[in-house]
Design a binder for this molecule. Structure first.
Ligand code: AMP
Length: 943
């Protein structure tokens, strides 16, 4: 039997002298990829001394020292033989292995990815044989192929090089060696190397590919002729997206997927709508002609519209949902994730087999926008993961309107951000539809097997400008000279199929004619479209449509039920040791249940959740630190002091109860809030809450408020019952932790688009949260939640108030005050109420009534009028706020108050008591804060 390389080396004292370097090199290779070294070396390296961590973590120096020691021992035992087996061939063998490894890592840098052929990428030196000391004379020498999966153990260098170039450096650039998990790396190697980077597709598949390209090109041509110069953000240059999308849907379907949610920006959207979703072209034409959608007050441009349809796949019917999205690129990605997670939760699909997210990005936005990173970060976090997203970058090589890649990013590829989660990335030349098809298959298979994100970088171009009204050659002269000469993807592919004898010219022309005729007749052009969709695949929103914000609702619940639920919540598993302060909170809650202690905020809020769960509504609560609550009032998750195990009482109310999902979020606001928006717009039956750590943390998520939460219903007809808890209150903590920027939300309010509430008692938050779900309409709810009020001795309620009451939009005077004596009404919202109350009590003033406005929008004018009705002798009416004059409710809500004041008594003029206008939301000095607070209270009593 032939001696193995290793045996020969051992036998010849190979560890001495020059061979040490060889072994070290091998070891380096092994560290990078265990499969890259021959079996016997792998086994040997696996047995090397370990520093206690995994084999691949043994440090280089440990191993080198080990070799040196071995070498010394061997030197002592036997002299180095002059005829060492350090033969030239063996050295070259190692170099060949290194070459193989280099192609796996960097072969993408030599692949032809740019359809325009304009990229100038120097060939990396380590992809040439010369870099390894090999020469042309070695090309016909036979070497072991190592782990290279080309079907044989040995091959000539020429064959090896050829296989490497074909696999890794044709029109696909695969980046996967940055993945730490060797099973995944081997999976890619196996898939790519076994077909040399390109399987051969059947004539049927190739003909279908052409048919899809014809559809993609045909639609743009049609629209270009029918509506010349009209903005449509056409797909021209990136037509391969359409077969790519088809493949994702069909292949996911064959895996048993039931729903796919897709997010995408403008480019190619109309094409996807018609050619992938099966939107009726006639409807699209109506939009081009400016036809208004009934029921929407503002509506939106056609390239922001979402869509839903069902298509047939080999695995059955699949529901497709395209998310509506604003112009702000990328922000739709976390919305898609939230929508997918809601669907997975609904289907009890924790692995993500049944619902798959697909995000389509632009190259510049993908590289530039931070929310991309935030969305990647959530991909494996338990509260947010969705079993892997398939990302597609429509890389048209020009950022937004005119930017070139040099100005758009710091890395070679637009996709490098995906490496932060070790996502595999496939760059593919958009003018090679078969390569596109193949990487799509790989991407879907990878996602379904490993449940992780994967990226396809579809390198294409933009035949026209940023939009159809734009002239691109002004800023990209060379690129557009080339584009003018560039034949379309369809033309190129048709020609290759004709050449290969797959189709003849008449058949190719037939496909174009057929498509055009379908458009002319306004017919659906997606053959797999299901005309009578299975409605069970998605939620019925009809119960939530068409209600006014005054819709009737009843948030009461029998006292006995409340007490039973509360008792259940206080049960802690046997042997569970609760932390001392938390135990005290639970003890207090026991007393509250028995009616022996007034109810505080934490208790009331928890009971809102418990009662909603009892009534069958799922709940999802996320945000930084929500388990405990930023200010330690909630303790919805208990932590065992013995073993750090957790117990979430609200998950153990009764067998078969709805989900209670409670997740401390990672430190993002933008992506997390967008995710929760996506979740809430997909799960109407649930109470979905995002809590900001401090209210002003929501600043980082402003785009979500502006472009989705406040306007989604009016732009797109998408209802959303998302609740946001934003801690707010001036307590001397400085500019950053005082204000939730109430004014911003009020400024966004119009057409009853959302609710802005400032509850001041435990019973109020209890009924407010219950109202949010029990009332049939779905409107976003912004709650300015308290901080110090959580423990304020006056901010308390009774069990009866929970059992019997309801949310009051206005709370009139609660002390016994003779209405006839009242000459001054102070209107206020939030915590300042208690300061005013204490001051009035301290000063024993009987001429002042204090009215709390607990819902600032929609403004409850009638309820306020009613609360004031008894005060016939009013001389003053004051709005008192803690916020500076240019902030808070003053500017946005005063017209409502004035209207009520004037109606109450002619000439009654609304005064202001609050901080002076200020650039910062609050001051940073405790003494200044106290002075200001004192003054605004005084003003309320005197202005
Ligand atoms: P989807 O599963 O997102 O494709 O939604 C299926 C259908 O449900 C849509 O076509 C709408 O009619 C309806 N729908 C979905 N989400 C909402 C929402 N947030 N508000 C109102 N209707 C919705």
């Amino acid at each position: 039997m032939q001696e193995s390389v290793m045996q020969r080396m051992w036998n010849s004292a190979h560890l001495s002298g020059g061979n040490a370097a060889y072994v070290e090199e091998l070891y380096e290779l092994y560290l990078h990829d265990p499969n890259a070294v021959p079996e016997e070396w792998r086994t040997y390296f696996q047995k090397l001394p370990s520093d206690g961590s995994a084999a691949t973590d043994v440090s280089h120096s440990t191993v080198r020292d080990h070799f040196v020691l071995l070498a010394k021992n061997q030197r002592r035992a036997q002299p180095v033989s002059a005829g060492s087996v350090s033969s030239e061939h063996e050295k070259k063998q190692v170099e060949v292995l290194r070459l193989i490894q280099a192609f796996r890592m960097r072969g993408h840098q030599a692949s032809t990815l740019d359809p325009l052929g304009l990229w100038q990428r120097p060939l990396p030196a380590d992809l040439t044989i010369h870099h390894y000391g090999l020469t042309d004379a070695d090309l016909d020498t036979t070497f072991r192929t190592g782990g290279l999966m080309i079907g044989k153990e040995e091959a000539s260098l020429r064959e090896i090089l050829d296989a490497l170039q074909q696999t890794y450096s044709r029109t696909i650039g695969a980046e996967f060696t940055h993945i730490v998990d060797s099973e995944q790396r081997s999976w890619f190697q196996q898939r790519l190397e076994s077909v040399r980077g390109r399987p051969s597709f059947s004539a049927d598949v190739r003909s279908h590919l052409l048919e899809r390209l014809t559809a993609a090109e045909g639609l743009e041509k049609y629209l270009g002729t029918k509506y010349p110069g009209t903005k449509r953000f056409g797909l021209e240059g990136g037509e391969s997206l359409i077969p790519l999308m088809d493949e994702i849907i069909q292949r996911c379907g064959s895996y048993g997927t039931k729903e796919i949610v897709i997010g995408m920006a403008h480019r190619g959207r109309l094409n996807v709508l018609v050619n992938t979703f099966g939107k009726n072209p006639r409807d699209l034409f109506d939009e081009f002609e400016g036809k208004k959608v009934e029921g929407l007050s503002s509506g939106d441009v056609k390239y922001h519209q979402g869509f839903s349809s069902n298509v047939m796949t080999p695995g059955g019917e699949v529901h497709l949902a395209l998310s509506f999205n604003p112009s702000h690129l990328e922000i739709v990605s976390p919305v898609v994730e939230g929508s997918v997670r809601a669907r997975q939760d609904r289907r009890n699909d924790p692995l993500g087999d049944k619902v798959v997210p697909v995000s389509i990005h632009g190259d510049a936005a993908f590289a530039g926008q931070g929310v991309v990173m935030e969305t990647f970060q959530m991909s494996q976090i338990r509260g947010f993961k969705t079993g892997g997203t398939i990302h597609i970058v429509i890389n048209n090589q020009v950022g937004f309107t005119t930017s070139n890649p040099l100005d758009a990013r710091s890395t070679e590829y637009a996709t490098d951000v995906a490496k932060m989660i070790q996502a595999p990335i496939f760059h593919v030349n958009g003018d090679d539809p078969e390569a596109v098809l193949y990487v799509t298959q790989l991407a879907v298979d990878y996602r379904m097997q490993f449940k992780r994100d994967v990226v396809i970088d579809l390198v294409c171009y933009r035949r026209r400008g940023h939009n159809e009204a734009d002239e691109p050659s002004g800023t990209q002269p060379l690129m557009y000279q080339q584009i003018a000469k560039q034949r379309t993807t369809r033309e190129l592919y048709a020609e290759s199929l004709i050449k290969a004898g797959v189709l003849d010219e008449a058949q190719v022309q037939g496909k174009s004619d057929e498509y055009r005729n379908a458009l002319d007749n306004g017919l659906h052009v997606v053959k797999s479209l299901v005309k009578e969709p299975n409605k069970e695949l998605f939620v019925d929103w009809r119960p939530y449509l068409g209600h006014a914000w005054t819709a009737r609702h009843d948030t009461r619940i029998p006292l006995k039920t409340l007490q039973e639920l509360s008792a259940k919540l206080l049960e802690v598993p046997e042997g569970f040791v609760v932390q001392r302060q938390v135990a005290k909170i639970l003890e207090d809650r026991q007393k509250m249940t028995a009616g022996a202690l007034a109810i505080n905020w934490g208790y009331a809020e928890t009971m809102a959740y418990a009662t909603l769960l009892f009534e069958g509504h799922p709940i999802r609560l996320t945000g930084q630190d929500v388990g405990r609550g930023t200010f330690s009032h909630r303790h919805a998750a208990l932590h065992n002091q013995k073993d750090a195990g957790t117990h979430i009482p609200l998950q153990h109310l009764y067998q078969g109860q709805p989900r209670f999902d409670l997740y401390d979020s990672f430190l993002s606001e933008e992506a997390v809030l967008a995710f929760e928006y996506g979740y809430a717009t997909t799960m109407p039956n649930a109470l979905v809450i995002w809590e900001a750590q401090f209210g002003d943390f929501a600043n980082g998520a402003q785009v979500v408020f502006d472009q989705f939460i406040s306007s989604g219903e009016h732009k797109w007809g998408r209802l959303c019952g998302l609740t946001m808890l934003l801690p707010h209150g001036y307590e001397g903590q400085g500019p950053e932790h005082s204000s939730a920027r109430l004014e911003r939300y009020l400024q966004l309010c119009a057409e009853h688009n959302m609710q802005v509430c400032v509850p001041t008692t435990p019973a109020q938050i209890y009924h407010l949260l219950r109202r949010q779900v029990i009332r049939p309409l779905r409107k976003p709810l912004v709650v300015l939640s308290p901080k110090s009020l959580l423990r304020h001795k006056l901010a308390i309620s009774t069990l009866e108030e929970l059992a019997e009451g309801s949310f009051q939009t206005v709370i009139g005077e609660t002390d016994q005050i003779d209405a006839k004596k009242v000459e001054r009404v102070i209107l206020c919202s939030g915590k300042v109420y208690y300061d005013l109350l204490e001051k009035r009590r301290a000063e024993a003033r009987e001429d002042i009534a204090i009215i709390r406005i607990e819902q600032l929008y929609p403004f409850p004018e009638e309820d306020l009028a009613e609360a004031m009705a008894g005060y016939k002798n009013l001389k003053h009416i004051v709005w008192c706020q803690e916020e500076p004059m240019n902030q808070g409710a003053w500017y946005c809500s005063q017209h409502h108050m004035r209207r009520v004041a004037t109606a109450h008594k002619k000439g009654l003029f609304l005064e202001y008591a609050g901080r002076d206008a200020s650039a910062a939301p609050a001051c940073g000095y405790a003494s200044m804060h106290a002075e200001q607070q004192e003054k605004l209270l005084q003003d309320a009593f005197t202005v």
